[in-house]
Design a protein around this ligand. Structure first.
Ligand code: C5P
Length: 218
């Protein structure tokens, strides 16, 4: 497959989603929000009454996810799940679902299918290490846990959702720990990834940096 891929990996609330969608928009590329697939699997499990520890049943659900992306909206088996998909609680469930190797395997092919001309920007935890190891540019985004918690807090408050900063920080630490230390596809930079710490950068600064790297890619 000669279609170029740019991967953006990094921990929870590092700003990956925003950066990736902006890069996709400016490059005119397709976008893969791989976290949405794990989140949707978690919601499907909840609907079906499947335990988040039942690896085989979860993998089965993941393997036949009827997901449809339409502009900004996401549908699961025809139901609009855009709002529940973004809930913190759904992210927490997704993190538990994603530790199972069979689930990751079941979602592998689906992720590859997003690679279509003229190009793809893929965001997640293992885009550069596992799913698209031959990507033309791999970015690994980081920011301090304090910064990430602060951003998530402001985001929630601005949406009118009540939030507690210390609680968000401890949830983030827990999720970082689980994502970084799982045995399969832990959240780590690929050896050839460009590291970008955006703690003190605006979104525009990060976009400009990545577009610069993209132009110089091998
Ligand atoms: O990025 P997002 O917060 O939507 O991801 C939700 C969870 O899905 C993450 O905490 C992580 O455990 C899992 N995930 C993953 N691999 C990916 C994307 C997300 O394990 N490529």
């Amino acid at each position: 497959n000669q279609v170029p891929v740019l991967t953006v990996d990094g921990p929870t609330a590092s700003g990956k989603g925003t950066l990736a969608s902006e890069l996709a928009r400016r490059l005119g590329f397709h976008l893969l929000d791989s976290g949405a697939l794990y989140r949707a699997t978690a919601l499907a499990a909840q609907d079906a009454g499947v335990s988040l520890d039942d690896e085989a049943a979860l993998a089965e659900l993941a393997g036949r996810l009827a997901l449809r992306f339409e502009g900004q909206r996401v549908y699961l088996a025809g139901r609009d799940i855009t709002d529940p998909l973004r809930l913190e609680s759904t992210g927490g469930m997704a993190s538990r679902v994603s530790v199972h190797p069979a689930v990751r395997q079941a979602l592998h092919q689906l992720q590859l299918s997003f690679r279509r001309a003229p190009g793809l920007v893929a965001d997640g935890r293992d885009m550069g290490t596992v799913i698209f190891p031959g990507a033309s540019l791999k970015v690994f985004l980081t920011a301090s846990v304090e910064q990430r918690a602060e951003r998530r807090y402001k985001q929630l408050i601005s949406k009118g959702v009540s939030a507690n900063l210390p609680q968000i920080q401890s949830d983030l630490r827990l999720r970082d720990e689980r994502d970084a230390n799982r045995s399969v596809a832990p959240c780590r930079p690929a050896e050839d990834a460009m590291l970008l710490d955006n703690s003190a950068l605006s979104i525009e600064d990060s976009v400009v940096q990545c577009l610069g790297w993209w132009r110089q890619r091998r």
